[in-house]
Structure formats: structure tokens, C-alpha cells
Design a protein around this ligand. Sequence first.
Ligand SMILES: [Zn+2]
Length: 424
Amino acid sequence: MLIRFALIPCLLALSLPTCKKSGTTGNNANSAASASPSPGASAAAAQSVAPLPPPPPKPAVDQNAEVVIFGYHRFVDKVRRPDTEITPQAFEAQMQQLKDKNIPVIPLQDLLAWKRGEKAIPPRAAVITFDDGWKSQHDVAWPIMQKFGYPLTLFIYTEGIRPGHFSGGESMTWEMLAEMRDAGVDIQAHSATHQDLRRPYDKVAKKKLSPPEYEQWLNNELVGSKQMIEQKLGVRCNCFAVPYGFYNAHVKEVAMKAGYEAMFTVYGQPITYRAPNDSLGRYLIEANKPKTFEDAVAAIANTAAGPAVAEVSNSTLSTSPANGEVVRTAMPLIRANISSFGQIDPNSLQMRVSGIGLVKPSYDAKTQTVSYQVTQKLRPGPVTVIIGGTVGGKKTESTFSFKVDEAAAAPAPTASASPSATKK
Ligand SMILES: [Zn+2]
């Protein structure tokens, strides 16, 4: 008895290293762009002005953006099953190609947030997903993804994770999944036993199912797998990838009732803002069909022509002076909260002020506030401010204007003649 009880603390101790990891690496997959503070950040912070209020909650989402989702299975040096395997070299070359073509990889959850109108995404982007829970995803492909700093979503079927019924030496363990979760990998559902969900057949029990048995079985495939992932990993599971892409209206209905926000199929197509969430197509990349990847990239590259500059509405910027405001100083401090731009490259940031031209603003990466203290008097009348920069490889701009009051701009021969000119 004593021995048996003594084992429990040992088991707890064994699981500790996994627990300790949580929070240390954080969401490193998609924080690369925001990590480096801009050179102007300290200058902006030094200014003793109150922080600008955050802009209105809804960001300016580009409803013309398009996203391609890629799905991969196994990563092996020697491809024997070209329908589900790819070499690490070929995979890495594809990830490099996305980088070379300026197609940023975004988290799957950002794609859904964009579709809800809650988050801006780049005009063209890709999402990377791995299916089934193969060990080579953890050992081989994940390090490549980390090298690129790309976010990742896994679609796993619970009986395919060790020690599940269909798992084996090539399968991931729940500990591996916990490790990936701690590093920011998104883990989502791909059923319990990975079967054609339309067929009333239980592969584990090896028997044909009656209609009520089928409903119970289907429920376990859709809801049971979701609950197991949520409980074992302490995550929110809101996405379901349909095994083989086989589904019908009933499967869809049960899945959406189960609380999934989105269902993913294998019929690759660029995802648009209004694409129905119950059937979002993914491009499954197979070693014997290298053209699939090229086609997917071409599908968004061809439509990427669009306007060269993405225009962000100034109604989503919080600015000072406010858009349309009349100011009583000819040398205002110009500020704007540009968080609705999305993830801007701080080094690309530019500000143009009519009557002055290109100026070098400060940028506080923490509050996403751009500021510039005008150092020469502006002429009375309207002043246009254009703030621009690179977001996800695309030039993005927003324009607002204010007006300098006649009196403020009048030439002041003595310093005390125009008190309003120095007022901020
Ligand atoms: Zn699968």
C-alpha cells in the first residue's frame, strides 16, 4: 500500500517539467514582429503627454483580403506514401517561398477573428496546419516552423495520439502536444477515430451502427474529441477538420451545434471574408502533387494586384489633433494611435505633413502611437497628415487632416505677442 501511494508524488514530479514551461516561451510563433521596439520608442515615452485613448474597438478589416490554408501530414526523408508524405527539404522550400513572395503566415485564430470583423490581417496571407498528430510534425517540421517564426495549428484525432487505439510509434504523445501548446501552437480537433463521418460504421468496435448508435458515435467523434482535447490540454477547441473532407449536411449541423466556430475541408480555395465558416477549404500538400502548392500561391498572387497601397480609414485612428479639428497653435504635437493598421514594421513608419513634407516621427511600440512635434510654424488653413508603413509586406496608409487657426499662424514679431501660439 505504502509503495503504491509513494508512486503518486513521483508521477506528479514527472509531469512538472511540462507545467513549468507554460508561459516561458509564450506565443513566440507570432510575436516576432512586435518584439523589437523602434528606435523612436524611448523618445516617445519620454514625452510627458497623456496616452491617447485606444481607437474604437472595431479595427479596419480589409474585406478584400484573402487567405490560403495549407494542410500537411508526415515529414520523412524517404517518401513512400506520396499522398500524405513530404520531405523536410521540400517543406522548408515551400515555407521559404511564402517568405520570398511576401505572403505572411498568420495564426488560424487570426483568420477567424478577421472573419468576425475583430482583427485586421494582411491583404494576402497563409495559414499552416498539420493533420493527424504524427510524431514527425513535432520532431521535424515544428523546428522548421520555429526557424521561420511561423504560427501553426494542429488538427489531431484523439485515438491517434499515444496511447490511443490507432496510435503507434509514429504518433505524438499528449506530452508532446502540451509542449507545443506551451510554445503557442494551436491544437484543434480532427475527430476521435478518423473515419468517414457519413458512414454508420464503428472501426474500433468493427460493427455497423443502427441509426441511434450512429448518432451516439457521431457525437463522440465531434463532441467527444473536442472535450478530450480541451480537458487534456486546457485549451479552447473551436475548429474541426473533417477527416478526408467527407461530410454532409447532418455532420455539419452536429458539428456547428457542438460549438465549433469553423469546419475545414480538403477542397483548397482562397478564403474570403464571407466564405461560410462551416466549410473552409484547405490545400492538402502532397509530395506527388507539388503543383497544389504552386497553384495555391498563384491563386492569391494573381488577385494580389489590387491597389498598391492599403488605405486604412481614419475613423479607426485615434488622433491628436482630431480629424477636422481647428487648432490654435501653428506648431502642434501630432499623434495617432495606429493599432488598427495591424502589425506594422516600425522601421518602415513614415509621416507626411502638408506644408512640411516627410518628417521622422517617434513610435511607441507598446501603445502603437506615432507622434511628431512640429518644429516650424504651419501656415493657416487645412493641414493633411499621411501616416504610412509596411504591414505584412504591403504598404498601408491612413490620412487625416486638421486646420490651423488664422490667428495662431499669424506672424508673431515678439514671443509674447501670441500666447495661443505656444499653447498645446
Ligand atoms: Zn486526417
